[in-house]
Each structure stands twice: as structure tokens, then as C-alpha cells.
Design a protein around this ligand. Structure first.
Ligand SMILES: Nc1ncnc2c1ncn2[C@@H]1O[C@H](COP(=O)(O)OP(=O)(O)O)[C@@H](O)[C@H]1O
Ligand SMILES: [Mg+2]
Length: 406
């Protein structure tokens, strides 16, 4: 696969101008090492997964640091948290030298917490997730966004199975006590079957014969490692009682399809999970657009006890919230605007709210059109263009899509 430019690049450069250190965290194989090596080609590179380097870092950290030419990329810093206090001392010795210490870390919670604490105020912390649709057209519901899956789609089954074995299990084990890996596997499959639903930990724990706190721990680890998305409810007060639990999604739709046993596009098209998978894909695109610009993740769902549901709400800069209803259909119908219209009315129509029905792209339907007063239909590609300020894509098709009729 050709090297794909990463949307987070300007954010990394900006962070390196403003902070002595930059930490890029995120799921394994998302492209963290490649990103830092491409953005800082002249930096010294130290892989802290190498046992010799680890031994040296532990036995004589000062010597290791003094011998380095800065800037330096420390790859997988969670392996040698012992280095951090020494690095901090070096930073505090020359606090105005920016962008000298560049780290990647796969968020193994206690270790990464050490990074966060010892680097407080000295480091910008960024998260890199797998490719978004704004970065490459290769991203799809079936394949998700991991670079290696997109490079070799045919090997996807094998890739995901070894990914789960090598990383998910290892990372979860490093943090919480997983006594029985077979149960953890079943947990992942069960979680995939709950994709897009309101999280109910009891309902996940019972069939597996584990405790509710155990399920909570596993979910927490998967969330901080960027594997699971939890979307909390929106709590603006409309004088209604709202559902309080988050909705849960696997972060990568390719991994979700793999766990659900969906192996082909045809199987995906007739899967009962199609709608939920599409919704999760849209959620991931929204979060990626936020974190690639160095913003906080901010995504909510809306569901009240009268049964009014809107899939997602998130801040849209000066323009107030943006509400999105996801439809896996390729044909949009006016009735699909219903819930958005109701929620707009209950918000009093004062706050400016952008409202979109986001649907799967089709070659024969327009990417964008008005559906009802104040409510537009956008196909997922047009939506991603809009999310990322339109300049993110430069293809001809993107340019055509961007010519939005006023
Ligand atoms: N921007 C990119 N374009 C194309 N392939 C990429 C890109 N970033 C990463 N990859 C590929 O994805 C795989 C994982 O990347 P890597 O940087 O090692 O991930 P991480 O450090 O997050 O584990 C590698 O095979 C790499 O070549
Ligand atoms: Mg790496």
C-alpha cells in the first residue's frame, strides 16, 4: 500500500512547536511509529521494545539519554517508564526547547498513566486511530481502517485473529486479570453482538459467568486502548427523563465484522447488524475528525423515555450542536428526518442546530440534498468531507461533491 498521509500530521507539528514532548497513543498497528518517523525523519529513533535497549535504559538511564542526539523518538515508551523521571529532569533543564521528546505508547493503562503524570504540562498527548475515510477511500464497513487490512484485504481473517491474540489479549492481560482467555474471546464476540446497543453490563456478564465489575474492567481497558467506543447520553435538560447508559460500539468496523463472522460484502448487506455497523462507522469518523485536530472526543446519543431517539449529537464549533441520524440504506426517504425534526422542535428551535441524515454512499444518488426544512441528507463521504472542513479530500470526486448547491 502506498503511504497514506495522515490527517493528524499538522496537529503533531503544532504540538511539537508548543510542547517539549509529544506523546502519540492509540491502538496497536494504527500507524503510530510510521507517523512519527515520517513527521520527524531526522530524529533519533529508539525502539523500547528491544530488550538490549530496555536493559540499558534501566541500568544507566542518564548515560542513555546523554548519548542521544535530540530530537528523539522513543517508540513504545510504556516498556520503560523508569526513563520518564530522567527525561522530565532534562526537559526542566531546558523547558523552552520544544519538540525534542517524541513518544509512542500503546495505552497499557497503568504505564501510560505514569507517562501522563510525569509529563504533566510538558507533553501534548495525542491519540492516533486507524485510517478514517477522510484519509483513504479504502476504509469500508467490511474492512475497517487498519492499514494492514486495507493493504491486504484478502488476508483480513488471519490478520484479525492474530491481532486479537497478540495485542488485545496481551494488552488486556497486562492490566486486568484475565484468568481464562476463552472467556475473554467469548466476551469479545458477545460485545460485537451488542454493537450499537445501550450498554448493559449485567447482560454481558451473565452469559459468560463473570462478575459485572469484571466486565466493567475489560470494557474500560478496551476503551482506553481505543478498541471500544462508549457514547454517553446527551444531558441537556429538556425537562424529560433520559436514558443514562452509554451506547457501545467496537471502534473498528472491520474488527466488528470479523467477530460477527461477516466475511463478504454480500453477507454484510444482508446482515441484521448492518445498521448498527454503519452507525458505529459514523461514530468512529466523528471521533477521528475530532482527535485528528487535537480536540477532545465529544460525542453523545439522545434517547428519551418517550422513545424519541437520535443517533448522535456533537459540537460543531460556533454553529452549536450537530445532530446526526444514521441510515445504512442507500435511498433516503423523507420519513427518516422525523426524529431529527422532533428533537429540533423540543430544543425550542433557538440554538442553531445542523441536522443530517447520514446514509451509505450510492453511485446514483446525489451526495447531498435537502430532506425536510432544516434537515439535509448526506452520504457518508459527503458527511466526512463536511466533518473535516472539506479540504481533507482532494480527489476529483471530492471536488465535485464539494460543489454544494446553495
Ligand atoms: N500512513 C500509512 N500509510 C500506509 N501504511 C501505513 C501507514 N501507517 C502505517 N502503515 C502500515 O501499518 C502497519 C502498522 O504501522 P505502525 O506504524 O507500525 O503502527 P503502530 O506503531 O501504531 O503499531 C505497518 O505495516 C505500516 O507499514
Ligand atoms: Mg509502533
Amino acid at each position: 500500500m502506498r503511504s497514506v498521509p495522515r490527517a493528524i500530521r499538522p496537529t503533531v507539528l503544532e504540538a511539537a512547536r508548543a510542547f517539549p514532548a509529544v506523546v502519540v497513543t492509540g491502538p496497536r498497528r494504527a500507524g503510530k511509529t510510521t507517523l512519527l518517523r515520517q513527521v520527524f525523519p531526522r530524529a533519533t529513533y529508539v525502539l523500547l521494545e528491544d530488550p538490549d535497549v530496555q536493559a540499558r535504559a534501566r541500568s544507566d538511564p542518564r548515560a542513555l539519554l546523554e548519548d542521544l542526539r535530540l530530537p528523539v523518538v522513543f517508540d513504545e515508551i510504556q516498556n520503560v517508564p523508569e526513563l520518564l523521571p530522567y527525561i522530565r529532569a532534562r526537559i526542566d533543564h531546558a523547558p523552552r526547547k520544544m519538540g525534542q521528546w517524541l513518544f509512542t505508547g500503546s495505552q497499557e493503562a497503568p504505564l501510560m498513566q505514569g507517562v501522563t503524570e510525569s509529563m504533566a504540562g510538558r507533553a501534548a498527548i495525542l491519540q492516533l486511530l486507524p485510517f478514517s475515510l477522510a484519509e483513504t477511500d479504502g476504509v469500508s464497513l467490511l474492512h475497517g481502517g487498519y492499514p494492514e487490512v486495507l493493504a491486504r484485504p484478502a488476508g483480513r481473517g488471519l490478520w484479525f485473529s492474530s491481532y486479537i491474540q497478540t495485542y488485545l489479549e496481551r494488552d488486556v492481560r497486562a492490566i486486568v486479570n484475565v484468568r481464562d482467555l476463552a472467556t475473554f474471546r467469548r466476551f469479545l464476540a458477545l460485545l460485537a453482538s451488542r454493537h450499537g446497543q445501550i450498554l448493559n453490563k449485567t447482560d454481558l456478564a451473565a452469559p459468560l459467568g463473570v462478575s459485572v465489575p469484571t466486565v466493567g474492567d475489560w470494557l474500560h481497558v478496551l476503551e482506553i486502548t481505543g478498541q471500544v467506543i462508549l457514547v454517553p447520553p446527551y444531558f441537556e435538560n429538556f425537562g424529560k427523563r433520559l436514558i443514562k447508559s452509554p451506547k457501545v460500539y467496537l471502534g473498528d468496523s472491520g474488527l466488528a465484522c470479523y467477530l460477527l463472522g461477516i466475511a463478504t460484502q454480500a453477507e454484510l448487506d444482508r446482515s441484521p447488524f448492518l445498521g448498527a455497523l454503519f452507525e458505529g462507522h459514523v461514530a468512529a469518523e466523528i471521533l477521528k475528525s475530532q482527535i485528528n485536530r487535537g480536540r477532545r472526543k465529544e460525542l453523545y446519543h439522545f434517547r428519551d423515555q418517550q422513545g424519541l431517539e437520535v443517533d448522535f449529537l456533537f459540537p460543531n464549533g460556533q454553529d452549536g450542536p450537530w445532530m446526526v441520524e444514521c441510515k445504512a440504506a442507500k435511498t433516503v426517504q423523507p420519513y427518516m428526518a422525523g426524529p431529527l425534526g422532533s428533537l429540533r422542535r423540543s430544543m425550542g428551535g433557538e440554538a442553531p442546530v445542523r441536522s443530517s441524515v447520514v446514509h451509505r454512499a450510492s453511485t446514483t444518488a446525489p451526495p447531498m440534498r435537502a430532506l425536510a426544512p432544516g434537515i439535509e441528507a448526506l452520504d457518508v463521504r459527503a458527511f466526512v468531507d463536511e466533518l473535516n472542513g472539506r479540504s481533507a479530500r482532494s480527489s476529483k470526486a471530492g471536488a465535485a461533491r464539494r460543489r454544494k448547491p446553495k
